[in-house]
Design a protein around this ligand. Sequence first.
Ligand SMILES: O=C(O)c1cc(=O)[nH]c(=O)n1[C@@H]1O[C@H](COP(=O)(O)O)[C@@H](O)[C@H]1O
Length: 305
Amino acid sequence: MIQKLIEKIQKTKAPICVGLDPMLNYIPEHILKKSFGEFGETLEGAADAIWNFNKEIVDHTWDLIPSVKPQIAMYEQFGIEGLKVYDKTVKYCQEKGLVVIGDAKRGDIGSTSAAYATAHLGKVKVGNSICSAFNTDFLTVNPYLGTDGVKPFVDVCNAEDKGIFVLVKTSNPSSGEFQDRLIDGKPLYEHVAAKVVEWGEASMDGAYSNVGAVVGATYPEMSAILRKLMPKTYFLVPGYGAQGGTAKDLKNCFNEDGLGAVVNSSRGIIAAYRQEKYAKFGAEHFAEASRQAVIDMVADINSVL
Ligand SMILES: O=C(O)c1cc(=O)[nH]c(=O)n1[C@@H]1O[C@H](COP(=O)(O)O)[C@@H](O)[C@H]1O
């Protein structure tokens, strides 16, 4: 699956993914009004608004980008109705040819991880039938429980040609609280990186592994170290834009071949119309603002590669 993502990145010349993290307060009034008019101010109304918002953003950006990353929490907050829209969004993006990175940060004891892996990447047996549930192309995985918590995801990746991105060094302000702690003289994130390399060795797909790593854009010195420790690991890099990561900070995440990283921006793209820079589009044309924000992000990143 990483090969498919790389091919799409090379074709679009855009090493990015658009984070489909819809919050109701980013959704323009005209969309909310229509959905609430039809379904009331209910979970169903919220889910309908999210779907209409997502669809317009995807319709205005799909030809420029290789991938999207829907964050499941943004859907889950609206219960089953929200999850239905998560599923509908995943399928719609796949129909458009986009690689879909499900951001659910799952990980548990082995048997439970196996169920998560089945739900998000694999297939489930129901009687004599084989069904697939969320069926995303990649999933973000939390490695805190260790090898038996990650291996079920790797097994499904190998069986189904899917991929995962394992949290190694996250972008948030408190990420150092545990991740930077020195253990045997090395920060914890380096120990996790070594494990990601080991888990990924049996999942090579061309020059890179289907087992990738999440490395935040906000810690560029650490990205440089991690890039060297994990030469065949693709990085999912969040933190660009709304969290303060800049193109200059991203350079360290890429390899000499210009590959090795896919940079996410969520609020910076989907809520672009609320930024002064894109205000001229107005709320009615929010998706055109998102398209322009994609074009600008791609140019910005390519300027440092
Ligand atoms: O796994 C992730 O994608 C992730 C890891 C991380 O270290 N930091 C991080 O921000 N994320 C996710 O990336 C997205 C960032 O959103 P923006 O800050 O709006 O671009 C959110 O969906 C986060 O949950």
